[in-house]
Design a protein around this ligand. Structure first.
Ligand code: GLN
Length: 301
């Protein structure tokens, strides 16, 4: 592991390139250097990741090594792997991503699991995804709830274009409607007795502007600002969702919002003060951090 396999004339096999890249990316600060190396090499070679394992001793062509060199250099500058290869797995599905959307994160899968749980056994379920971005939540719900109708809203037209392609890619476009606008704005006002949605789910922007410096460079330098930041305490968007969602939820409907761990108490407080919700439960992610709130809209009377 002394020479750079992407420039050295030696025989650089898949195995050696992966080992070298892993060590290099670890030094550059990646927290998943082996996985990064595999995804980038599979992209450079134009094959699924699994094929790297079955061809460990293959010597790579100059062309593949050239492509790999470029990808590794960009990764070393903290460009997210998902942007370099243009896609990312979420909820066992492959999603197109671009610089116009937040990269889907594993903790956000909780929102999908909880949405599916909330509509289990409901064959006419309606789900609203606010700030849909890549559409990963909306599409994953639609794929796994084959009769549900899903609406995704986003302020970014560029994000919606990605979301629409993801719905088509996963063959749910006829059950997922994407609307352009600011949170609830593009929706018709619901009637008094019918809120409209069985589930409202959101991974909104929730980073406090003062926390910008604490974000990893991958996120801060490369992901869209308007998908990350929400005012001085990060709660500007969540406050608006809590305020308006009761009007758009059916009685007994479920609100699910992702947030940053230190916001848990304030978010429970906001939901309890709002007065329309019966059960307010904080759920933890795989790292045991509070990450999602679930609140059930009260049945009147
Ligand atoms: N979880 C993201 C981060 O910490 C933030 C995502 C968001 O604001 N919705 O980078």
């Amino acid at each position: 592991m002394t020479a750079d396999p992407t420039t050295s004339p030696d025989q650089w096999t898949i195995r050696r390139v992966l080992d070298w890249t892993k060590a290099y990316l670890a030094k550059c600060g990646s927290d998943s250097p082996r996985l990064d190396a595999e995804i980038l090499l599979a992209h450079a070679r134009g094959c699924p990741r699994i094929q790297l394992y079955t061809n460990f001793d293959e010597v790579l062509s100059n062309e593949v090594r050239g492509r790999m060199r470029e990808l590794v250099n960009r990764r070393a500058q903290h460009e997210p792997v998902a942007f370099l290869v243009g896609h990312r797995e979420f909820f066992s599905l492959d999603f197109e991503v671009s610089r116009d959307v937040l990269v889907p994160r594993p903790e956000t899968e909780i929102l999908v699991m909880e949405s599916l749980e909330a509509i289990k056994g409901n064959s006419t379920a309606t789900v609203l995804d606010l700030g849909t971005g890549s559409g990963c939540i909306a599409v994953a719900v639609a794929v796994n709830a084959p009769t549900a109708s899903v609406t995704g809203i986003d302020l970014s037209d560029a994000a919606l274009a990605v979301a629409r392609r993801n719905a088509e890619r996963h063959k749910v476009a006829e059950r997922v409607t994407f609307l352009h606008g600011d949170l609830f704005e593009p929706l018709p006002l619901p009637s008094l007795e019918q809120g409209g949605f069985d589930v409202i789910v959101s991974n909104p922007p929730y980073v406090a502007t003062s926390d910008a410096a604490t974000l990893p460079p991958d996120v801060l330098r490369h992901e869209p600002e308007n998908a990350l930041f929400a005012g001085a305490d990060g709660l500007d968007i969540i406050r608006r969702i809590v305020e308006n969602s009761p009007r758009f939820l059916n009685p007994g409907g479920t609100l699910l919002i992702e947030f940053s761990p230190e916001q848990a108490e304030r978010i429970s407080g906001l939901l309890n003060e709002r007065g329309s919700f019966d059960e307010v439960t904080i759920l933890r992610d795989l790292s045991q951090n509070p990450r999602v709130v679930r609140a059930v809209k009260r049945h009147e009377g």
